[in-house]
Design a protein around this ligand. Sequence first.
Ligand SMILES: [Zn+2]
Length: 323
Amino acid sequence: MHCDTISQIREKRMKGEPCGLRKNSLQVDLEKMREGDYLLQNFALFVDLKQESDPLAAALQLADVYESSMEENQDIIWPVTCFEDLEAARAENMLAGMMTLEEGGILCGDPAILREFYRLGVRMMTLTWNYENDLGFPNLVSDSNDSLGPDTERGLKEAGFAMLAEMERLGIIVDVSHLSDKGFYDVLAHTEKPFVASHSNARALCPHTRNLTDDMIRKIGERGGVIGLNYCPVFLDTNPVYTENESSTALIARHARYITDLGGMEVLGLGSDFDGISGKLEMDHCGKLPYLYEALLEEGFSEREIEGIFHGNVLRVYREILS
Ligand SMILES: [Zn+2]
């Protein structure tokens, strides 16, 4: 449900380094997706509000990188914007790409700009990244990756509630990854459809504020939403030496077990966060996804349950919201 590959490609090109989606040195490319037996990858347009002088322009440049990547590789991947498109791609044995936004702050608080991104094909959006923006507050408020504790006081702002309503009306999936704890409950109270945490794990196993509390896991499950497992070492491992944190498939499987025990077998999907994560990664690119299949078997999940985690559960939400 999430990767930062498009932002990485743009960054490399800005430095004068040629880089494309078909084959590259990043964690996600189309050849590695084939190797990992992917069906669909969500490609986030991720904008760092403090690094960009014009965040909206940056988002449009990212949309261009995505769209031109889809055009150049239409022999192996199709851009999809609804469940029926995805089924069509699957029937033709094509890979599928979906455009998402990571940082609601690029919208200048204006639902008209959201509608324009919908027309461009965006079908999922995080309300915040790690900064306060026009829409609300994240759980991380520093420039570093240091956790400052969850924000249970400050959630969505007025413009955030208006944007949320427009997202539900249009059919853009609400993504609560990065959002503050208070923001999570604002979303829960002011939406009716299922929503997702596209790349977050269980806070009880790894006490990082990017992860979800037990109650949040249950609430997402009760609503019929999904949680995408994040392979980032610091969101999985609790080694006090930050640089020693490891992302093993066994540890990811432990989060999978914990989350499904609480939220039900239908609550889990894959988030990865590829090209937004680094460190000690057992799966250091998307072609190694079969390693996770083995680790989940080892953890005691049945093949049918793993099929749900690998695609069925996310597709259920897409069928409901993107039909
Ligand atoms: Zn993220």
